[in-house]
Write a protein that binds this ligand. Sequence first.
Ligand SMILES: *Cc1c(COP(=O)(O)O)cnc(C)c1O
Length: 438
Amino acid sequence: MDHKVPKSAEAFAEAKQYIPGGVNSPVRSFRSVGGTPRFIDRAAGSRIYDVDGNEYIDYVLSWGPMILGHAHPEVVAAVREAAGRGTSYGAPTRVETELAKLIQKALPSMEMIRMVNSGTEATMSALRLARAYTKRSRIVKFAGCYHGHHDSLLVKAGSGAATFGVPDSPGVPAGTTEHTLTVPYNDEAALARVFEEYSDDIAAVIIEPVPGNMGLVPPREGYLQAVRDLTARYGALLIFDEVMTGFRLALGGGQAMFGIRPDITCLSKIIGGGLPVGAYGGRRDIMELIAPLGPVYQAGTLSGNPLAMTAGATTLRLLHETDGFYARLAEATTRIASGLKAAAGEAGVAVQCYSLGGMFGLFFSGQPVYDFQSAQRSDIAAFNIYFHAMLDQGIYLSPSQFEACFMSAAHTEADIDRTVAASRTAFAKVAEYLRNPH
Ligand SMILES: *Cc1c(COP(=O)(O)O)cnc(C)c1O
């Protein structure tokens, strides 16, 4: 039993008897960093509190959604009010259109929008739609990009050139992924080669405009435009998976930040305000293929759920209406990223620290990170020491350097300064380890 968090340890032991690994999503288990995952009791603003009564400054933010901070009073009040009117009807409501309008105002490329219940569902449905529209079967994805857990995208890379997809998980038949081609991110030439080879059979390219699921990896100058140009030249659709980056990098997501208009966009996370929501949308002529207008079937018992729509619409309204929201968010994110980088430098620990909009990430590597392979050269043991040293000081970071960290509007300069101060102790421990690996 972990003496620092006895109640979490006890809750974890009990959960493991009923739930595989004790968690309902694998990375929550702390498996790669070791130790006891904190069982959370409540959260407010920039803080989460575990069942042992410990307080943490939270940079996971439910993996991104809580951009206003936890338990924002207006969001909580709106959800309470909505719950009093019933939690689900299975019939249309006005708040679904309200959320769609708030999304479209920020991402005009989403001319029509369909709500679903998760990011996984959004990308899965977008692929079906892209294949139906183009009457082609192949999909191109990028090594290290994550698009949810459905079968056809559970593929990473063979090294170097494009490979036929080999499933990452047992239970996924090879036949399901044989139409999935994987290329390295930030490598325009590799994508061009795949298009030359399979030109008439690529339905779509799906990409996280700024990958956050191999750690945060910024796109090279001009790269996303090159991806847009190649897809257009070969008549393939460009799907931006902005599940993480939508309303996170900027109000209009990665497409606004880099000035690219994708054909289809997938969203989730922030647009649900902390409740389960996903959405996909894009060009009207493509979206009109979806049932009941067209033949592409896609449905959901709880899709457009009134509580989720209300939390999302309240969140997006605040994001639209708060002057300077994203400028302040980016400023806070830059402040923490440069603070962490300086602290690592003082301790003599080599790191690559990136930040964009309201996302940041740290790799324990002496070399620039620009794709999955370069990300994987990072020192895992060093990260684990750093992670636990931060957690012990009340700083809750993503429990893997191959996940991004997130900033909210509730994080104060004092929170950030405290985090940077804690990181000096943590980097000193890492430096000690690097001198004396054991
Ligand atoms: C989180 C995420 C998903 C999956 O969303 P779920 O709601 O967990 O199914 C898909 N794509 C990206 C880019 C994500 O960050």
